[in-house]
Design a protein around this ligand. Sequence first.
Ligand SMILES: [Zn+2]
Length: 483
Amino acid sequence: MSYNPQVLDPLIVSRPDRIAAPDRNWRAPFIRAAFRLQNPEVLRELEVIQSVERSPARLKAVHDARLERLLHHAWSQTDYYREVLEACGAVRSGQVNLDRFEDIPFLTKDIIRSQGDRLMPKSLPAGRKAHTNLSGGSTGQPVRFWQDNVYWGVTIATRTHHFSTVGKEMGQREMKIWGNEQDFRKGTIGWKAKFENFVYNRKFEQCWHLPDERILAIIRQINEWQPQMLWCYRDGIDGVARYINEHGIRVHAPASVVLGGATVYPFMAQAIERAFKSPAISAYGSREVGAVACQCLERGGLHIATQAHLVEAIGPDQRPVMEADGELAITPLMNYAMPFIRYRIGDRGRMTRRPCTCGRAFPMLDALTGRVVEVLHNRKGEQIDPIFFIWIMAEKINNKVLKKGQIVQEEDGAITVNLVLEPDATMLQAQPHLEEIREAVTLVMGPECPVQFTFMDAIPLSQSGKFPYIVRRKSLESGCPTL
Ligand SMILES: [Zn+2]
């Protein structure tokens, strides 16, 4: 669909009658009262976060005490961890030795599948109730696991805190622009979801299918309702932002645009910031491990919620590394229903000792650098950082000729570049871009690596609603997708 000014006029001209009344934030005390009744752990955790936020020593004390309790629980209540923790010396005869933590073998998706019941505790501490959950399954089969109500309270509190650091207080308006159909339905269908959204002051928009009409509907909703914060799936809001920039549409500027779902690359953040005139904030978490880390408004890195998580980046020698890329291993400290210790989640990142200029004590994840399954290998056995291919795509896509692109490494090592042409573009126009893509791919994959191009009407999203920029056919299958 081409640009139609008549459709967009109401968006450009601000109409006071269409702008909702400013927030009267009666909701914050109401939400607190509801937590007090239903899940007091949220309020308890908010107090914990407040007490450790500016004190590295207090934060470390809480972290260590929680880690010690988790290891003891796992050792005393599960068959799998009794064996594993005894063998590596992290817990011997009930005595926890945190110095041996890095000797604990990693937990993988395959172990969760094969060990099953041996990971389940025989009993839970009083007051904890377990609920089942399922990973999104963007790499391979989804995995079922268990979480408890305390873990969920901690997750809600951590997220509430993260949002408050980027300008949205409890009860202020948030719009969730979400790309996962299952989450969307769960969050919008039924009186309970509707009531919760009313109380939380939250509206949902779906973005897993984004024809121009949907993009315009989302923009109109944002302008009419004027949310304090947008909480978005990376790929959906990326498409909306590009449309806004392309058509020069004026959009309500929220305090921040929080992005989840997948690694946010700098060119995406730039497009989003240009469209909304607001900071793009990268948040990191997943179904299996909850709200792990989030940027603050300084955007120097992602603050890790270490009161509730232990995050490690694992280098090639399988030991934790700092200031270098590694595969992330995450230990959620507060889930006792199925302890995950050193869980290789399938994401890559870089830890840093550098503190944030905001002065908060939470340590920093310097950058998220992609999924493990996005790391391709050339014939020399060298690993190619996904960011290289992402840059090629960023450079060559959205140039009015190529609309979407995807790099696929086939099982035999050959590269297929899947491309979608813009509706008005021709193959002749695409030709010089193909040559440049081939040249760039050959540079790192080697001249012997075959590169072929396939044109498609659309590139399908993954099962969890994400756009897979890079696909390695021979997947490591070591993790679940991020949320
Ligand atoms: Zn900060």
